[in-house]
Design a protein around this ligand. Structure first.
Ligand code: NAD
Length: 698
């Protein structure tokens, strides 16, 4: 059942009923249209109330219909809204819970609206790179006033119904119900009180003016343009709302439609919709049913109070989960706790955290030097030095003290999780939780599934990730997991580019112009160049035939580790993060290049970006093939949330789809011809080659 019909004496109540948020899918739209016709045909009915079952009026479009022809099939949303407007009997929207997107547009088509307090009201289409497409840009300014409506449409953010009701002169809500519980009764009363009023009021007939018209919209457009650099939709929101003030209603609707359809076809909107779907898909694991019971997690232990341990602990404190932190020495504990305090205090200073909340969070944190104090914890996360011997000692201790069924997690970034699991007698309880630095801020969490990790452990950690507001992506076990294994190839290309003729600035500038938050060399300086150095030293042993540029090693030999030493690829002034070019580094690169007998060539920004990004793509394709990553969308999420990949490009795999996989492979073949590059690496991954042969995308 997608809409219920109930007669309450002389008023019909139509209840949208399509869980979880009464999305306006085809069946629901049809059911509403049918119910309206039924109410109009029934002589005993004088008025109609339209409301939503459960916690929502309607969350808008049904995401299951995203991009499918069903979304446009008649009755489409525009037709349903027209049917409401044209109802001969008054229709009262009784707005409960959530009223967003198409849901709000539907309510705006009703003759009257009454809302429960506490409803979340929004037109969030801009977050998918679109504008509202069913009259939202034309009706909301008429109902709410131009400025408030434009603010809602451009930001996409929800506003509480009671705040909207307080706006002077607003006609969005004719009435507020005294409570959510009273909504239906109040709506019935309103419906009866207006049953005989004619003509029926329509939002489309309300005036729409702004006293400073042109000046206001010019100002708004400038502001929005500055903030929405890479996205066309926000400016189109301004255009559409301005049209509402200038054009007749039907012309405004046609204009909105045109803008909406044009935006549908932009790569930016495709990228945002891809991200939206990828986020939903990432929590689904093929062989772990959604109803897998979770293990109870009331308290967490963290081993190691260093850079990562402290940040990891903060996530749980923020979510109200008690944390016990263990270290080898009291000084290390004190240092770790002081860093957490400092982080919170800076949030308090900036007004981002209330002082009492800060104290509340700190009160959830306890410390210990003894493993025997961890016996009550439901889960432990290890964040000690990245050395197998140290991990072994820690996991043997954890195996000794942790209660049966406790989850044992490692934050390792490079070590073999299966090996770590086998240090214990309970490898099924061991999992990787690879946080990114700073762990209290970065959204990404790679959840590493070991060979023997139990399904309920995986399901529990995925649910925990949601609780601490992380974007969790499952990765299989391999060196570097998804993100770092790919970034190694990206970094290798960066090195070759220096050898062939680029400066670090030129590479960073090209990559930042493409939209990355930071180019590879600025990123190296931030993360610490010594980390990559340590990995390369290992690689020289493991893969002696793999080609590497030695330039980064020379840099590290000079002690230029990056921001932490005040010098890396760039210079840094104390307390500042601005990268200042350093002539000696450039000379060092030139001297090394000369020693290799390489004549520098001019390399275009396009080649720089393609070599770096397509290196990610090829390695990503290998990861998919090996089953380390389950979906191309998972890889994109990792890059969008953990590596600063430009959002408007939707991640490396989505970007490759946009460029066309055939074109990507052509470019790879060209790069393979370059004797200074790594021809073997540029062999397209078999999966990629197959997709091209089949004319498919990732
Ligand atoms: P860190 O050196 O800052 O902190 C490690 C802490 O562990 C130190 O405080 C140390 O005293 C403590 N420690 C060492 N051995 C211990 C033991 N046996 N028992 C208890 N405490 C012990 O290191 P970090 O950067 O926080 O890294 C920790 C882990 O997280 C490593 O596995 C690392 O690979 C991983 N990691 C680091 C980053 C990063 O950017 N730093 C990112 C992701 C993952």
């Amino acid at each position: 059942m997608t809409a219920l019909y109930q007669a309450h004496d002389d008023v019909a109540i139509i209840t949208l009923s399509n869980p979880p948020v009464n999305g306006l899918g085809l069946a629901t739209r049809q059911a509403v249209t049918d119910a309206l016709a039924r109410a109009n045909a029934d002589a005993s009915i004088k008025a109609i109330v339209l409301t939503g079952a459960g916690k929502a009026f309607s969350g808008g479009a049904d995401i299951k219909e995203f991009g499918s022809p069903k979304a446009l099939q008649e009755p489409n949303l525009l037709s349903v809204i027209l049917a409401v407007e044209n109802s001969a009997k008054p229709v009262v929207a009784a707005v409960n819970g959530v009223c967003m997107g198409g849901g709000l547009e539907l309510a705006l088509g009703c003759h009257y609206r009454i809302a429960a307090p506490g409803c979340n009201v929004a037109l969030p289409e801009v977050k998918l790179g679109l504008i509202p497409g069913a009259g939202g840009t034309q009706r909301l300014p008429r109902a709410l006033g131009v400025e408030a409506a434009l603010n809602m449409i451009v930001s996409g953010e929800p506003v509480k119904s009671e705040l909207l009701a307080m706006l002077p002169g607003q006609k969005l809500f004719d009435k507020m119900a005294s409570s959510a519980e009273a909504l239906q009764q109040d709506a019935l009363s309103l419906a009866r009180s207006v049953a005989d009023v004619r003509p029926l009021p329509l939002v489309r007939n309300l005036p729409c003016k702004h006293p400073q018209g042109d000046a206001y919209f010019q100002f708004a457009r400038n502001m929005v343009k500055g903030m929405a650099k890479n996205f066309p939709a926000p400016v189109k929101c301004v255009d559409a709302v301005q049209a509402a003030t200038q054009k007749k209603f039907d012309q405004g609707m046609a204009f909105e439609r045109e803008l909406f359809i044009n935006l549908m076809w932009t790569s930016e909107s495709r990228a945002l919709r891809h991200l939206f779907m990828a986020e939903r898909a990432a929590s689904k694991i093929a062989d772990v049913p959604a109803d897998t019971p979770n293990r109870a997690l009331q308290s967490i232990a963290v081993i190691g109070a260093g850079t990562m341990g402290g940040g990891i602990a903060m996530n749980f404190l923020n979510a109200g989960i008690p944390v016990k932190m263990l270290e080898m020495k009291q000084e290390a504990l004190d240092r770790g706790v002081a860093t957490i305090r400092k982080n919170y205090e800076s949030q308090v200073k900036k007004g981002k955290l209330k002082a009492d909340k800060y104290e509340q969070r700190m009160s959830l944190l306890t410390t210990t030097l003894s493993y025997d104090d961890l016996t009550h914890a439901d889960m432990v996360i290890e964040a000690v030095f990245e050395e197998m011997g140290v991990k072994e000692a820690v996991f043997k201790e954890l195996d000794r003290v942790m209660k049966p069924g406790a989850i044992l997690a490692s934050n390792t970034s490079t070590l073999d999780l299966n090996k770590i699991a086998n240090f214990t007698q309970r490898p099924q309880d061991v999992i990787g939780t690879h946080f990114f630095s700073p762990a209290n801020i970065m959204k990404l969490l790679e959840v590493v599934r070991g060979e023997k990790t139990a399904k309920d452990v995986l399901a529990t950690v995925m649910a925990l990730a949601k609780k601490i507001k992380k974007t969790a992506v499952v990765s299989g076990v391999c060196d570097g997991f998804i993100g770092n294994r790919m970034i190694e190839q990206y970094g290798r290309q960066g090195g070759f580019l220096l050898d062939e003729g680029c400066t670090p600035q030129q590479v960073d500038r090209a990559v930042e112009k493409f939209g990355f938050a930071m180019g590879p060399f600025r990123m190296g300086d931030l993360a610490g160049n010594d980390i990559g150095w340590a990995i390369r030293k290992r690689r020289y042993q493991e893969k002696p035939n793999m080609k590497y540029s030695k330039t980064a090693d020379l840099l590290c030999e000079k002690g230029r580790y990056g921001q932490k030493t005040g010098a890396g690829w760039y210079d840094y002034q104390a307390g500042k993060r601005d990268a200042i070019a350093n002539a000696e580094v450039v000379q060092m690169i030139e001297a090394h290049r000369a020693s290799l007998g390489i004549k520098p060539r001019k390399i275009s920004d396009e080649e720089i970006v393609q070599r770096l990004v397509f290196a990610l793509v090829n390695e990503g394709a290998h990861l998919l093939e090996e089953g380390i990553a389950a979906r191309a969308g998972d890889i994109d999420l990792v890059y969008l949330t953990g590596y600063g990949f430009p959002i408007h490009r939707g991640g490396p795999m989505n970007y490759a789809n946009e460029v066309g996989l055939f074109n990507v492979v052509q470019a790879m073949n060209r790069f393979a011809q370059n004797p200074l590059d790594d021809a073997q690496f540029w062999q397209p991954a078999p999966l990629l080659a197959k997709l091209v042969a089949d004319g498919k995308t990732f």
